[in-house]
Design a protein around this ligand. Structure first.
Ligand code: ADP
Ligand code: ADP
Ligand code: ZN
Length: 215
């Protein structure tokens, strides 16, 4: 049983690290950005509501995202825990999550720290699988076959919001709205932090250490 929230600015490596954590702890990886992109691709009303905000690199309104995540958490695979990635991103979302979880609250909030300069480098090179949304990078995390996802063979593409101007907006939104959340979890004695500006494998080892998980 593990109920964990993954935090960190866009490009910190949340998506990259999530699959190993989710596999190890046997809990589903639930990423708000991935769910929103799935809604967009499927053309649902929720996807349409979110679309304009995502293109500008702004946060989608709280009520939209909160409803989507609380609904996802009622699915049976989340009955024994979860790894939330990219949610909560505001105090309102964190409070709504606490309320929704009731007597089974978040246990740990893991913050992956990376400097802004490095984030810009990572995001401008990021490639994402169109099918399963696994992230890659031509230099630091190349796929085995160029342009193809290792996990599912899907096509790799550059997300529209990974282009320079939007990247800057997303980092500003993070600093203004999401960075405050580390205090929220710190006060609850749930915050653990790792230095995300190291090789992918080293970061992974540090994450398991910080979470108190044996490797
Ligand atoms: P997030 O989910 O936090 O936005 P990602 O996991 O998608 O971040 O990583 C952003 C980009 O940086 C991707 O292209 C990924 O391959 C790359 N990346 C992830 N972790 C590292 C790392 N430790 N060092 C260098 N590049 C990384
Ligand atoms: P990254 O990890 O690279 O920041 P995400 O895939 O998590 O990107 O998010 C992409 C976009 O989806 C965000 O820029 C924002 O518009 C929207 N989004 C994702 N999660 C949330 C959230 N919890 N609250 C509001 N908007 C969100
Ligand atoms: Zn894939």
């Amino acid at each position: 049983m593990a109920r964990i929230v993954l935090m960190g600015p866009p490009g910190a490596g949340k998506g990259t690290q999530a699959s190993a954590i989710s596999k190890k702890l046997q809990v589903p990886h639930i990423a708000s950005g991935n769910l929103l992109r799935e809604h967009r691709a499927a053309g649902t009303p929720l996807g349409e509501q979110a679309s304009g905000y995502m293109d500008k690199g702004q946060l989608v309104p709280d009520d939209v995202v909160i409803g989507m995540i609380l609904d996802r958490l009622t699915k049976s695979d989340a009955a024994h825990g979860f790894l939330l990635d990219g949610f909560p991103r505001t105090i309102e979302q964190a409070t709504a999550l606490d309320k929704g979880l009731g007597s089974k609250p978040v246990e740990q909030a893991l913050n992956i720290k990376v400097s802004t300069e490095e984030l810009v480098k990572r995001l401008s090179g990021r490639l994402t699988c169109r099918n399963c949304q696994t992230p890659y990078h031509p230099i630091s995390a190349p796929p085995k076959v160029t342009g193809k996802c290792d996990r599912c063979g899907g096509e790799l593409y550059q997300r529209d919001d990974d282009k320079a101007e939007t990247v800057r907006n997303r980092i500003v939104a993070y600093d203004k709205q999401t960075a405050l959340l580390s205090d929220y979890y710190k006060k609850q004695h749930k915050l653990v932090e790792v230095n995300g500006e190291q090789g992918i494998d080293t970061v992974q080892v540090e994450i398991f250490k910080a979470l108190g998980v044996k490797q």
